[in-house]
Design a protein around this ligand. Structure first.
Ligand code: FUB
Length: 342
C-alpha cells in the first residue's frame, strides 16, 4: 500500500508537471518570459527598439544611450542586434552615425528600418541644423540589414516647418514605417501630435497630405503593424492628470487610413523610466513587444532617463483582436495596465 501511494504520488506529480508545461506552452506568460532573456543587451544602454524580421532572423534596431550623470540624452549612433532563437543576441555594432546625415546637428533618436525590394530603409529622428531648426526625420538606405546605412536623400524627409500646426520644435520625431498589402508605404511619427503620410514608391519623399491622427494621451513613439485585417497604432502615452511616466496605449483601425479606435493601455510604465517606446513584431509564430526601461545597471552606471535598456515581452491577442495587457509583474508597483483594462 505504501509503495502504491508512493507510485501514485510520483505519477500525479509527473502529470501535474506535464500539464503545467502544456499550459505554459499554450498560454505564454511570465513563465515563458523567463525562458528567454528579458533584455537584448546587458553591456550597453539601448533605447527606442524597432524590430524587423528578415528570413529566419529577427533584427532589433536601437538608439545608443551614452548619457553621463546629469545629462538628459547623449545619443550619437544607431545599433542593431539580431537573434534567431530569442535566446542569443548578436551585437552588430553601429549601423549609422548621426553625422552621416550632413544636415543634422546631433541626436540619434528613435529609428525604424524596413525592407523594400531587397533594400533596407532606415528612418530616424535627429536635430536639424539651423537651416530648419527643430527635430527632423531623415531616411537612409543599405543593401544589408546590418548596414552601413547612407543618407538616401541628402536632406531631411520631414522638417518642423512641414507640420505648422504643431506646438513645439521636437514634435517631428519617432518615425514608424509600414508597407501595406497593396504595396503602398506609410510613415507615422510625432510627439504630442501624431501624423501619418504616404511615402513615394522610392521611399525618399512624402506623397500627398500629412494627416494628423493623434490618439488619446498620445505622447510619442508610434508603432504601426497589422495582424489579419486589423491595423494597430501602438504608442507611448501619458495621461498627464494621473501619470508621471509614459505607459503604452494603442488604437486599431480597419485600414491604414483609419478610422482609429482607442483600445486602452497595453502596459504600465517601464521601471525607473519616464520614456518607454514600443516596437511590435511577429517572429516564428509568436508575437513580441519590445520596449525600454531604465532597470539595467552596468557596473557602476545605474539606469536613468538617458541610460535605458531594451526589454522584450511575449504579446498575446484576444479573439476579438485586442491585445492582452502585458504582464509586468516583475516590476515593482501596481500593474496599472491590467487594472485599467479590467
Ligand atoms: O530616445 C530619445 C527619445 O526618447 C525618443 O525619440 C522618444 O521616443 C523617447 O524614447
Amino acid at each position: 500500500m505504501k509503495m502504491a501511494w508512493g507510485g501514485l504520488t510520483i505519477f500525479l506529480l509527473a502529470l501535474s508537471a506535464l500539464s503545467a508545461a502544456a499550459v505554459r506552452a499554450q498560454a505564454p506568460g511570465p513563465e515563458q518570459e523567463q525562458s528567454f532573456p528579458t533584455r537584448i543587451a546587458y553591456d550597453t544602454f539601448t533605447a527606442d527598439p524597432a524590430p524587423l524580421v528578415v528570413g529566419d532572423t529577427l533584427y532589433v534596431y536601437v538608439g545608443h544611450d551614452e548619457a553621463g550623470e546629469g545629462e538628459m540624452f547623449n545619443m550619437n549612433d544607431w545599433l542593431v542586434y539580431s537573434t534567431t532563437d530569442m535566446r542569443h543576441w548578436t551585437a552588430h555594432g553601429p549601423v549609422m552615425h548621426v553625422a552621416d546625415f550632413k544636415w543634422a546637428k546631433k541626436d540619434a533618436w528613435a529609428s525604424q528600418v524596413i525592407e523594400k525590394d531587397g533594400r533596407y530603409w532606415l528612418y530616424a529622428a535627429v536635430e536639424h541644423d539651423d537651416t530648419h531648426p527643430g527635430k527632423a526625420i531623415g531616411v537612409a538606405v543599405s543593401d544589408s540589414p546590418t548596414g552601413p546605412f547612407r543618407d538616401a536623400k541628402g536632406a531631411a524627409l520631414i522638417t518642423n516647418e512641414m507640420t505648422p500646426r504643431g506646438t513645439h520644435s521636437w514634435e517631428d520625431i519617432d518615425p514608424t514605417v509600414f508597407i501595406d498589402t497593396d504595396g503602398s508605404s506609410w510613415i507615422a511619427w510625432g510627439n504630442r501630435q501624431c501624423y501619418i503620410a504616404k511615402l513615394v514608391p522610392d521611399m525618399t519623399g512624402i506623397d500627398g497630405p500629412i494627416t494628423e491622427i493623434t490618439p488619446p494621451h498620445f505622447e510619442e513613439g508610434p508603432w504601426l503593424h497589422r495582424r489579419g485585417e486589423t491595423y494597430y497604432l501602438t504608442y507611448a502615452s501619458l495621461d498627464r492628470r494621473t501619470q508621471s511616466d509614459e505607459h503604452i496605449s494603442y488604437a486599431t483601425a480597419p485600414s491604414i487610413r483609419g478610422p482609429w479606435t482607442y483600445r486602452g493601455l497595453l502596459t504600465g510604465a517601464g521601471r525607473n523610466s519616464f520614456t518607454i517606446h514600443p516596437g511590435i513584431v511577429e517572429f516564428r509564430g509568436h508575437w513580441y513587444l519590445f520596449a525600454h526601461d531604465a532597470g539595467l545597471r552596468i557596473g557602476g552606471r545605474k539606469g536613468a532617463l538617458g541610460r535605458r535598456s531594451v526589454r522584450v515581452f511575449p504579446l498575446e491577442y484576444n479573439a476579438d483582436g485586442t491585445m492582452q495587457p502585458i504582464d509586468q509583474s516583475d516590476y515593482p508597483g501596481p500593474m496599472i495596465a491590467r487594472k485599467e483594462n479590467e
